[in-house]
Design a protein around this ligand. Structure first.
Ligand SMILES: Cc1cc2nc3c(=O)[nH]c(=O)nc-3n(C[C@H](O)[C@H](O)[C@H](O)COP(=O)(O)O)c2cc1C
Length: 359
């Protein structure tokens, strides 16, 4: 049995598993709090939380509702976590990115995880909170180097960890073009060792592998390549504590491998999802106008040609099977039943001795 644990900046995580942020509302305080309580790092997805909160009654409430809902979720997660690590996933691509980061740190988030664009301004946004760990998500060594150099030059700071997300396996929006999703240049053996070497001259920056990590063997594989931990999302959907409607979880359980598909999101990126009625029917969340101006780049808002991704994701998390867009990693069809987060964390720690005091 090998001891394991993960230190990210000043934060110590007993089991080196970060539960990936899942928007809209799939990972809120219930899931994040439970993962943190059970030794991992729990992550709330901040995107458009207001839409599924009581604070949203009309379009003009959107930004304020997002702030209030995120505040509530961070505080609730902290209570459940009992001292465990709570992070917030803030996507650069969303219009109220800066507010989401600020509300997170003001309400006690331990860590900000930021992708869907390069989080070049993150240290400035969290300036008064030096203990908050800052963790970019990248899909290439080059992106990691750009972020590190920019942060060093402008803020005398380096990332506290970097997550490498593999586009062939991850769920949700993917950091590669559709044609390149399966390119071997993205494979873990091709990237993780290079990334570990590339960050070394800048200091101690743990590398975290995300996408397609399902069991303890996968964690060991990533760590053998030099990763210090993993980020896992799809595996946490079929837990009792996951904040999505039970119908969302049932879709994962009933899906087969042939049910995965790539959607062209109005954000301009491919996304991995379950091929449900919404995908097959030509994406009916079209409708008129823009619901909330939630994205910096949105084909639906800018050309009227695409579907509203906020509406489609909201419909999924609330259990609207017909109209929802169900984001999922390539392993999602391996879900076979609901389990508790405690059981899952125990299973994932198999063969390791979780360290209470990771180095
Ligand atoms: C339902 C769902 C929603 C997601 N939403 C987000 C999100 O809001 N922000 C983000 O950075 N990544 C998001 N992701 C990506 C995950 O955080 C994670 O990095 C990825 O899915 C890891 O692969 P895995 O699902 O195979 O474990 C989402 C993934 C899923 C499955």
């Amino acid at each position: 049995m090998e001891p394991f644990g993960l230190t990210i900046g000043k934060k110590k995580i007993r089991i080196p598993i970060i539960q990936g942020g899942m928007g809209i509302g799939v990972s809120r305080s219930g899931l994040a709090g439970a993962v943190a309580k059970n030794g991992g790092a729990g992550v709330i997805a901040s995107v458009a939380l207001g839409l599924i909160s009581p604070y949203f009654k009309k379009k003009s409430d959107y930004y304020e509702a997002n702030k209030l809902a995120l505040r509530d979720e961070v505080r609730k997660a902290r209570e459940i976590a009992g001292g465990g690590i709570i992070g917030v996933n803030c996507m650069v691509a969303i219009t109220d990115y800066e507010d989401m980061v600020r509300v997170s740190v003001e309400n006690g988030a331990d860590m900000i995880i930021s992708g869907a664009g390069l989080p070049t301004s993150l240290p400035a946004l969290t300036k008064g909170y030096p203990d908050v760990a800052l963790v970019p998500i990248v899909s290439s060594v080059k992106a990691a180097q750009v972020i590190i150099k920019k942060w060093e030059r402008s803020f005398s700071r380096i990332p506290d960890a970097i997550i490498y997300e593999h586009p062939k396996y991850a769920g949700g929006h993917l950091g590669a073009s559709h044609d390149e999703l399966e390119h071997p240049k993205y494979d873990y053996p091709a990237v993780i060792p290079d990334l570990v070497e590339a960050v070394k001259p800048f200091g101690n920056i743990p590398i975290i592998a995300a996408g397609g990590i399902w069991n303890a063997e996968d964690i060991k594989m990533a760590m053998a390549l030099g990763a210090s931990g993993v980020q896992m999302a799809s595996r946490f959907v079929c837990t009792y504590e996951c904040d999505a409607d039970i119908k969302f979880k049932e879709i994962y359980i009933s899906a087969g491998e042939e049910d995965l598909a790539i959607v062209h999101s109005p954000v301009g990126l491919p996304g991995r999802a379950i091929n449900t009625a919404f995908m097959k029917s030509g994406k009916k969340a079209k409708g008129k106008g823009c619901m909330a101006n939630c994205l910096k780049v949105c084909a639906k808002r800018d050309t009227g040609e695409d579907f509203c991704i906020a509406l489609a994701l909201k419909q999924a998390v609330t259990g609207d099977i017909k109209n929802g867009l169900f984001f999922a990693g390539s392993n999602a069809p391996r879900s076979s039943k609901l389990v508790s987060v405690a059981e899952l964390m125990e299973e994932l720690s198999e063969g390791f001795v979780p360290s209470h005091n990771p180095a």
